[in-house]
Design a protein around this ligand. Structure first.
Ligand code: 6PG
Length: 474
């Protein structure tokens, strides 16, 4: 270590790739930082990678705590659930009133709610912070979503603003709101991430099975899209994946990877919570369901032998179809953000988070997994009207949607007819068609509920609830 300070300004518990990368990012910005992990190899890695900075790793928790300036600022980056609680339990006897504890992992927001109360009661400042961007983001500039104790956040603000990704000079971090709002917003971020990954996967399916394009041609389309209005981090990494050969071979590594997707669970949480909030996010729900369906490999193989004998044929003019596909992808991407933003608005109302959706869009423009050019449009929409009830009701978004919907219809129509699975494409379009229905067929649902269960219904232009004996009693 070239620089050994008396005390360190910030401490990290959990020196996996994310924790280590965040610490080194802080060190790059001139902060003296310490880390702790029970795994000696991880401590050694930090000391090795940080040897030219004011960075020190500790295997002993007590020594680590004593090395920090007071009031202490400590972040945990450990797997969510019980491990967070056990780290807190071990740590609290070593801390003093006024110390700041941050959970930077992907914790469920209800756990964060509980921890906010428990730690406040013993005089510790606690906040839950979503951190997005993976290893590279953590090292070079993540997007961060801190919620909870505002005073504690203000103490931390200089460090977080320094290490955050920057877009047009603005740091991709802002105080999100009270309680567990930071982790809530990160959860919805991940739900949108699932939706957009599924949309890209379906696009791959259309190009491969529908247009019969080879990997090289598919990679070129993603590359081209990423140079235009569809530009996003997820498309950017996809184009790289379409250029990466399996080591020592002449084919893509992608072709060797099993078609069974794993998930740590944040997408599922988003869907579960959306159902509780009655905030419909069907594109995200579909993405979660498709990861699950991917796991039934054996059943899918069996079913394919029964139902998929015929070769898929997409009867389209390829050039015109590609133009529609670009429109359809744009349309679906907008719908996935719109659903996520609507869920945030509903949660803000329900949990009194006082979320500023424009600020959230702003800090998602850089550093995070769902960063894209379109987030500028979302940011502008909420700048114009902070209380915009739904993204699709913004005038500019309306123009974009109206111009893209013919492509969305052409693609979904063709893929459904050809039997190519595009559930997130279809779900986004159906969401839109339902959302633009001044009158839905839900009157029939109400009539049925009343018929079989006497659940009553309401009438147009008449106060009260009503019940009908729908058939004459014999
Ligand atoms: C991010 C990511 C990150 C992580 C996901 C992976 O914003 O940096 O969302 O948090 O990669 O949790 O999620 P799954 O394992 O559920 O796909």
């Amino acid at each position: 270590m070239s620089n050994t300070p008396d005390k360190y300004a910030f401490g990290m518990i959990g020196l996996g790739t994310m924790g280590r990368s965040l610490l080194l990012n802080m060190a790059d910005h001139g902060f003296a930082v310490a880390g702790h992990d029970k795994d000696a190899a991880k401590v050694a890695s930090l000391n090795e990678e940080g040897k030219d900075y004011a960075v020190k790793g500790f295997g002993d928790a007590k020594e680590f705590i004593q090395s920090l300036t007071t009031p202490r600022a400590i972040m945990m980056l450990v797997p969510d659930g019980k491990i967070v609680d056990s780290v807190i339990e071990e740590l609290t006897p070593l801390l003093e009133k006024g110390d700041i504890l941050i959970d930077g992992g992907n914790s469920h927001f209800t756990d964060t709610n509980r921890r906010v109360e428990e730690l406040e009661a013993i005089g510790l400042h606690f906040f839950g912070m979503g951190v997005s961007g993976g290893e590279e983001g953590a090292r070079r500039g993540p997007s961060m979503m801190p919620g909870g104790d505002k005073d504690a956040y203000n103490v931390m603000k200089p460090i977080f603003e320094a290490i955050a990704a920057k877009v047009d000079g603005a740091p991709c971090v802002t105080y999100i709101g009270p309680g567990a709002s930071g982790h809530f917003v990160k959860m919805v971020h991940n739900g949108i991430e699932y939706a957009q990954m599924q949309l890209i996967a379906e696009t791959y399916e259309i190009l491969k099975k529908g247009l019969k394009l080879d990997n090289d041609a598919i990679g070129k389309i993603f590359t081209k899209w990423n140079e235009g209005r569809l530009q996003s981090f997820l498309l950017d990494i996809t184009k790289d994946i379409f250029a990466y050969k399996a080591p020592g071979t002449d084919h893509l590594l992608l072709d060797d990877i099993k078609d069974e997707a794993k998930a740590k669970g944040t997408g599922k949480w988003t869907s579960q919570v959306a159902m509780d909030l009655q905030a419909p996010i069907p594109t995200i729900d579909t993405a979660v369901a498709m990861r699950d369906l991917s796991k039934y490999k054996q059943l899918r193989v069996q079913a394919s032998e029964v139902y998929s004998k015929d070769d898929i044929k997409l009867n389209v003019d390829a050039d015109a179809f590609l133009t529609s596909l670009e429109q359809a992808f744009y349309f679906n991407m907008i719908i996935s953000y719109a659903q996520g933003m609507h869920m945030l608005a509903k949660a803000s109302e329900e949990f009194k988070y006082d979320l500023h959706l424009g600020d959230i869009a702003k800090i998602w423009r850089g550093g995070c997994i769902i960063r894209s050019l379109f987030l500028n449009d979302i940011f502008n929409a909420y700048q114009k009207d902070a209380n915009l009830p739904h993204l699709l009701l913004d005038g500019h978004v309306e123009e974009l949607i109206k111009a893209a919907v013919p492509g969305a219809r052409a693609v979904s129509g063709a893929t459904v007819a050809a039997g190519i699975a595009t559930p997130a494409y279809a779900s986004s379009l159906s969401y839109f068609d339902t959302f633009r229905s001044a009158r839905m067929p839900s009157n029939l649902t109400q009539a049925q509920r009343d018929y079989f269960g006497a659940h009553t219904y309401e009438l147009i232009g008449k106060e009260g609830v009503f019940h009908t004996q729908w058939t004459a009693k014999s």
